[in-house]
Structures are given as C-alpha cells and as structure tokens.
Design a binder for this molecule. Structure first.
Ligand SMILES: [Zn+2]
Length: 305
C-alpha cells in the first residue's frame, strides 16, 4: 500500500462527514509540549523551527524534500491552467475550469488561490506571524499507524497572532521514501518509465508538498485541505490511481479540498516539463487509453461501488 495513503491529519477522524465548501472544519489541535523546543533554522520557510533531536542526516533529508517540493510547486504555479488543462482535468476532475456552473467556478478559483499561496510560501512570501515547526520524533504518538510518512496540524499562536503549522516526519519518511531527484536522474533516458506515475509517488518531495497543502497559511481554512482520498472511507490508499478515481467520481467538490489531488497535478506537470513527454504520466491502468475511454472507465467503476 503506497505510503502516501497515510500522510494523515488528525482532523480526519472527522472526515466521514461529507466535505463541503460551506461546512466548518476543525480549527486546531492541542499539541503536547515536546521535551525540547525546536530551534530556528534557515534554508526552509521563513520562521521555521526544527526539533533539536533531528540528526544531521534527518535535517538533510527534510531539506531535500523541501527543495523537491519547491520545484513541484513552481511547476504547478507556472503552468497555464486557464484552459482545458489535461493535468487539472485528470486529477481535479472534469468540472475543472468549467463555465456556467457557479459553484464549480468557485471551486476552481479556490484551487488557483490555494496554489498561489503555496507558491508564495515556498518563495518566502508569508506573513511574519506564521511559524513552521518540524519534528523528527513522534511527539503525538501517531507514526505507528501503518505506513505513516508524515503528519501535520496547526494551532493558533498565543495572543491570536498567526498560526504554528507543525509537521512530524515519521521513521518511514526517513527509511522508506525515495528522493524524487534521484528518480528523475534514474529515469532520464528511459521514456517508457517516465510516464509511469506510480514510480514517482512515494517520494520525499511529494510527502513534503502534501503536508504543505494542509497548512493553514495555504488554505486559510476556507475550507481546510484534508485527505479525502485516504480517509473518506471509499478511497483507502491515497495512490495516484485512487486520486484518479476520486477526480472522476467526485470532481472538484472533493478534489479541491484533498491534498493529494493538488500534489498529483503538480507532479505530472513537473514530470512532463522535466522529461518533455508528449503525454502526462498516469497510473498503470489508465495509460494508453484515450480520454473518453478513461471517462467511461470511471463510470463503470462507480457502478461497482
Ligand atoms: Zn494528509
């Protein structure tokens, strides 16, 4: 089971409720005090603090993930999505950028705004009162859940001055997750592999960018971006295949509030720009089919549910 599945937020205990752009989401999570306060680090987001028990190797892995995520969000935000974008239609759904449906248009606007804030965050353009805490130890005892790579939450800072967004990087992140750039190098001369999306899913950059989309500073809780692919009950792995089905089945109603949907759009754009492939990378079962076939595949799958 792909690890991406379980990059969870605690809020997702509540995710059996139908997501709605109008529904309130859980605002914050009380965080236990760690043994040692995190210390300020540079080279990541502004106002980033790192668990002092992180080893140099762990810090290096987090930094590599951040650098990879930055490339992904740059691909995401530099891409012209104002048209019938194939990556967006594929992983946000066929109601991406449709005209004449006010609610769908609103969700497209929200997606664009969330991407723009994520892009600004990686450029360091973030309000001074926002803070980011990274831990290498499991301060809230959540990493033991199977195949959890990272977990994030946020809480309001004292005095109502901005938010602390916290990410715990679990042992699986350090032990099991590949480095995206190494895979890019590995497959640079292998065009048949460059369109196999599953090869690039369990990577550090993907994990990091996924967590970033959970940050309040990105979604402003209007509404929060959660994990509907892996926690809503019907989708249980968070793989690219599951996210492809989520887009077909739910469209932007759920993909606009689902972290992996954003991440897979960014990934397929980045892979296509990097490898200069004519087609975007897709999950195995969806490769080599034309869009109408893929659409009907989604409908037949709906019938099985
Ligand atoms: Zn998540």
């Amino acid at each position: 089971m792909p690890m991406l599945a379980l990059l969870i937020l605690f809020w997702l205990n509540f995710a059996t409720a139908k997501p709605s752009l109008l529904a309130p989401t859980i605002e914050q999570w009380q965080v236990g005090e760690p043994d040692k306060e995190p210390v300020s680090v540079s080279g990541l987001f502004p106002n980033t603090f790192m668990d002092p028990t992180c080893s140099e190797e762990q810090k290096s892995k987090i930094t590599s993930a951040w650098n990879g995520a930055k490339k992904l969000i740059e691909a995401q935000t530099s891409f012209d999505s104002s048209h019938d974008s194939v990556p967006h239609k594929t992983f946000f759904g066929f109601d991406w950028n449709v005209k004449g449906d006010t609610e769908a248009e609103y969700r497209t606007t929200k997606i664009v705004e969330n991407n723009e804030r994520a892009g600004k965050l990686f450029k360091g353009e973030v309000p001074d009162n926002e803070q980011f805490n990274f831990y290498c130890k499991d301060i809230e005892d959540n990493c033991d859940e199977s195949e959890t790579a990272a977990i994030s939450w946020y809480k309001k800072k004292a005095g109502n001055q901005g938010f602390i967004q916290t990410t715990v990087f679990c042992p699986d992140f350090f032990d099991e997750v590949d480095n995206l750039e190494e895979l890019i190098e590995q497959y640079k001369d292998k065009p048949d592999e460059q369109v196999k999306l599953e090869l690039f899913e369990m990577t550090d950059a993907i994990t990091f960018l996924h967590e970033t989309y959970h940050y309040r500073v990105v979604h402003l809780n209007k509404p929060a971006i959660l994990d509907y692919d892996s926690k809503a009950g019907d989708y249980d792995t968070g793989s690219s295949e599951d996210n492809w089905y989520l887009a077909r089945d739910k469209g932007t109603i759920e993909t606009s509030v689902n972290a992996d949907s954003y991440v897979f759009v960014a990934l397929v754009i980045y892979l296509q720009q990097t490898f200069k492939t004519s087609n975007i990378a897709l999950p195995e079962d969806m490769r080599g089919k034309n869009p109408s076939e893929r659409e009907s595949l989604g409908v037949s799958w709906l019938g099985r549910r």
